[in-house]
Design a protein around this ligand. Structure first.
Ligand code: ATP
Ligand code: MG
Length: 600
């Protein structure tokens, strides 16, 4: 492609709306343009990158035996009502765009395709002989994200590869899950990315496993905790660890003491000259279930640890049946307005004890009249601990379970794992923190959707059994931007060769020099004929402008038909290393072909 004929517009200034380097660079280098909040156009250079990523994904999926298809983006609400997700997706979480057509039918724009694919499975899969099966598509998804940001990283319209597999049993599902794990590693390796596969939160779906694939980058929204021995890596939402050893409490006698102005653990441990590990911290949460029931949750956790809200949410969803509900739609630390709704009297915030009385909750129809008391595992072994006295300005010291307080009946792991904690699998290993961009997620769904939607198969014995399912997603457009976030310098993007829009760019420094033009034209023809995807910068611009633009758009190899052509040579610059060398004009094509082959 000739730059003179191309839609090629680069910007000198960083766009005001962009916060992270990859977003700035993709806009400045003319790859993408913002059309609205979370809505982007992929301009020709970007589209080439996306097609390359998609092709790598396609090849690796096909290699596992998965079959490509294309499912509708417009999805009837009936399907989502069958699975029970319509209300959660359109109202509670509000992630799904929905609309009403001229016949008054309700439709949603696909944020994901479990419902559609389960409908197809119900319609087409009859016998165990048809299984296992794995179907995938590469397509635009729609999600009304609360905070669209970072360009293609969190768009409201984005490209995803999603695959769905169907099985007779858990063992077959596990096998395909492993195949997908390998395929994902191949895809990310081939795209030239540094990544880590981590244990992920499977949310309320449960199932026996879920893994995320994280591209390592400082701007990543996710925190990963891993050990050096390579045996453990998890999203912080899911991570488990051994907390630091506790320091013995200095208090041996139970007493109530005045502790003015100690509403935080830090102030309290300083005031009492005791370790935060000797304190039982009591944290209040307000959970609202999908049947509008409000449950007030009082969590007792060791003073130096924090509540992991994802773990808490999962536990509360697990308890939902006991409140005749299916799921939790909101979970937060109650603010003043929330407290006004249910608090019978002002709460001793910052001074709460594990036995805070239920009469703080004023009787109301949609509020559970008792606190749901949960203990984090870290509080079980505490002795002579410090905790609140249920009175502002006072704490108790030297307290013990079964003496002054009873240990909550429900004990679960709710703590947030942190860098520096010891690993469960080997206490000699400590957790290390890194930031990542989630580009893929694989998931064992089990029978969640097949059961709800009646998708069954007939077994060898003639029984009707719900299909076992897995689902596997890769954010194609997010992955492309993540590659930039991982690889750029002060001059611009440095594309991995495998997904660069073009592999080489031939620059004519001076378009009025006929010799330069001829040499460049010849090279451009030969390179393209040899299968090297090549741009020709034949614009009537200064050489400096052309070099700057080539660096900005990040093409792996730059060839300059400058002074050296008099000696039958061309200057070749590698974008990543800026290494420059002069190569003979009649050999450069073969050499470049070799370099590219090696890089792929
Ligand atoms: P996140 O936690 O980042 O919101 P998710 O867990 O909701 O993502 P999945 O439903 O697992 O995402 O979707 C599969 C993949 O699609 C993700 O791993 C990610 O790469 C991509 N993806 C999800 N949401 C977006 C988005 N808003 N913009 C771009 N890519 C996205
Ligand atoms: Mg995910």
């Amino acid at each position: 492609m000739r730059l003179s004929k191309m839609l090629f517009v680069t910007l000198r200034e960083d766009p005001a709306e962009a916060e992270i380097p990859s977003h700035k660079l993709l806009v400045r280098a003319g790859y993408i343009r913002r059309i609205g909040s979370g809505i982007y156009s992929y301009l020709p250079l970007m589209w080439r990158v996306l097609k390359k990523v998609s092709q790598i994904v396609r090849e690796e999926m096909d290699a596992t035996g998965a079959q490509e298809c294309l499912l509708p983006q417009l999805q009837p609400s009936e399907l989502w009502k069958e699975s029970g997700r319509w209300d959660t997706y359109t109202k509670a979480e509000g992630i799904m765009f929905s609309l009403i057509d001229r016949q008054e039918r309700e439709l949603g724009l696909g944020p994901t395709h479990e419902e559609v694919i389960t409908f197809i499975a119900r319609d087409t899969i009859r016998s165990y002989r048809q299984l296992p099966l794995n179907l995938y598509q590469i397509q635009t998804k729609f999600r009304d994200e609360i905070r669209p940001r970072f360009g293609l990283m969190r768009g409201r319209e984005f490209i995803m590869k999603d695959a769905y597999s169907f099985h007779t049993d858990a063992a077959s599902l596990e096998q395909t899950y492993q195949d997908m794990d390998r395929a994902y590693c191949n895809i990310l390796r081939r795209c030239g990315l540094a990544f880590r596969a981590v244990e992920a939160d499977s949310g309320a779906i449960g199932g026996s496993g879920s893994q995320e694939f994280m591209v390592l980058a400082d701007a990543g929204e996710d925190e990963i905790l891993y050990t050096e021995d390579g045996k453990y890596a998890a999203n912080v939402e899911k991570a488990v660890s051994l907390p630091p050893d506790l320091q013995p409490s200095p208090f041996t006698e139970y007493a109530k003491v005045e502790t003015p102005g100690t509403e935080t653990i830090e102030k309290l441990s300083q005031y009492l000259q005791c370790s935060a590990t000797a304190i039982v911290k009591n944290v209040l949460y307000e959970a609202v279930y999908d049947n509008e029931m409000t449950v007030l949750v009082l969590i007792s956790i060791r003073g130096d640890r924090d509540v992991n809200e994802v773990k808490l949410q999962n536990e509360l969803v697990r308890l939902a049946p006991q409140y005749n509900a299916k799921t939790v739609i909101s979970l937060k630390v109650p603010d003043e307005t929330a407290q006004k709704k249910w608090a019978a009297k002002p709460l001793p915030l910052g001074y709460i004890a594990p036995d805070l009385e239920d009469n703080y909750i004023s009787p109301a129809k949609e509020v559970l009249p008792q606190f749901l008391r949960i203990g984090d595992k870290t509080v079980v072994e505490l002795k002579n601990f410090v905790t609140g006295a249920n009175e502002v300005g006072y704490h108790v010291v030297g307290a013990n379970w079964d003496e002054q307080f009873s240990l909550p009946e429900l004990i679960v792991d709710l703590q947030t794992a942190k860098a520096g904690d010891r690993a469960l699998h080997d206490p000699n290993q400590t957790l290390i923190s890194a930031r990542g961009i989630e580009v893929g997620h694989i998931f064992q769904l089990g029978a969640k959707y097949s059961q709800a939607m009646g998708a069954t198969y007939t077994s060898e014995k003639g029984e009707e059994i719900p299909l076992q399912m897995g689902c596997y997603g890769i954010g194609v457009s997010r992955l492309a931007q993540a590659a930039v976030e991982q690889s750029y310098d002060k001059d611009g993007i440095i594309w991995p060769v495998a997904i660069a829009p073009y592999q080489a760019i031939v620059i004519i420094p001076n378009t009025s020099d006929q010799k330069q033009v001829e040499a460049a034209e010849k090279l451009y023809q030969e390179l393209n004929q040899a299968g090297v995807e090549t741009l020709l910068d034949d614009r009537q611009e200064r050489a400096g402008v052309k070099f700057k633009d080539a660096d900005l758009i990040g093409i792996p190899y730059r060839l300059v038909t400058g002074r050296a052509i008099a000696q039958g040579k061309v200057e070749v610059v590698e974008r990543a290393s800026k290494n420059t060398q002069e190569l003979p004009l009649d050999e450069v094509v073969t050499i470049l072909q070799q370099w590219i082959e090696q890089a792929l």
